[in-house]
Design a protein around this ligand. Structure first.
Ligand code: UDP
Ligand code: MG
Length: 313
């Protein structure tokens, strides 16, 4: 088993790859780590795959996976995680924005300091202030609030993991932005961060646009929902349903009492309470229905009895 697996997802990064590989090899040789570099070519349309093939002739620790088409960074990371054999797994972007010089310190934080996951923190960022830096600050703030994980830069591509972590989680959709959240919900609590050097993009252009913020936010909600209520959806919908239904029911009682007191010219349909009763009871029932359906779905899920076991004796 190698000391380190370096997992690198890439999409049209032909110019960066040779420089990146040389640099990683230099750092790892200096520290005499045994290693494997796993490139996952996410359906590049440029020469990236040929460059990787060529590099594997110079270095015998290079492995490659090529997707038939572009599936996204999460899919690439997931395949890389499945293939990784090293005791410590380090992910980094292929565009040279992350510095391989960080590898030794990250490795040490996992092996010696016992962290499950260490996330890079691009404290000084070399990207556009308005399209990347400011939105990212806001985004990380919301993230911290919702997930309860105190990281400044959740979506940093440069991260180090104990092997156990990456073998326990599944990354899909756009979930690569929230791997610490996935790790936490899998029961890994020692999550740290390290300030890392961030460099301006030397070649090519960013593969992510503004829509990542909307999608990212929706994904965060999904992750939170699934990790809290995935196995018991009724606890979520049942609570909302009960509250709505209760408000409706109290309104009906209220209206009935008033009707009896006031008499025939009460004007039931002119009352705000009437409409409140109507909508909340309908919504309440809908919530219950969603809860029951959710329970049925989770009962028939193939992994309903899938638990992560840390140790047995
Ligand atoms: N990437 C990928 N598949 C995609 C988009 C991006 O594998 O569909 C890779 C990309 O090649 C790079 C990393 O993910 O290695 C980060 O992408 P990028 O540098 O464009 O993101 P940014 O730094 O602008 O957030
Ligand atoms: Mg980048």
């Amino acid at each position: 088993m190698p000391d380190i697996s370096i997992v690198i997802p890439l999409y049209n990064e032909e110019e960066s790859l040779p420089e990146l590989t040389d640099w990683i090899e230099r750092v790892c040789t200096e520290m005499s780590y045994s290693r494997e570099i796993i490139f996952i070519d996410d359906g590049s349309t440029d020469e990236s795959w040929n460059v990787i093939k060529r590099l594997s002739k110079d270095y015998n620790d290079i492995r490659g996976i090529k997707f038939q088409r572009n599936y996204g960074k999460s899919a690439a990371l997931n395949e890389g995680f499945k293939a990784a054999k090293g005791n410590v797994v380090i992910t980094m972007d292929a565009d040279l924005q992350d510095s391989p010089d960080e590898i030794p310190e990250l490795y040490k934080m996992i092996t010696a300091d016992g962290f499950d996951l260490v996330s890079g923190w691009k404290k000084v960022r070399h990207d556009n202030t308005f399209t990347k830096n400011l939105p990212s600050k806001l985004y990380n703030g919301v993230n911290r609030l919702i997930s309860g994980i105190k990281l400044h830069d959740m979506n940093c591509g440069l991260k180090a993991y104990n092997k156990k972590v990456i073998k326990s989680i599944e990354v899909y959709g756009e979930m690569h932005r929230f791997i610490p959240v996935l790790a936490k919900s899998a029961g890994f609590r020692k999550i740290g961060e390290k300030v890392v050097v961030h460099r301006a993009r030397k070649y090519g252009h960013s593969k992510f646009g503004w829509e990542r913020f909307i999608n990212g936010f929706l994904d965060l909600l999904s992750i939170q929902f699934i990790s809290r209520f995935g196995k018991k959806p009724m606890h979520f919908f049942g609570l909302l349903g009960s509250i709505a239904f209760l408000i409706g029911f109290i309104s009906v009682v209220w209206l009935t009492v008033e009707r009896i007191m006031v008499g025939a010219d009460f004007g039931l349909t002119n009352r705000v309470t009437f409409y409140l009763a109507l909508t909340t009871m309908v919504i309440g029932t809908q919530f219950f229905l969603a809860g029951f359906l959710g329970e049925l779905v989770s009962r028939s899920a193939a992994d309903r009895n899938h638990y992560l076991i840390e140790e047995t004796m």
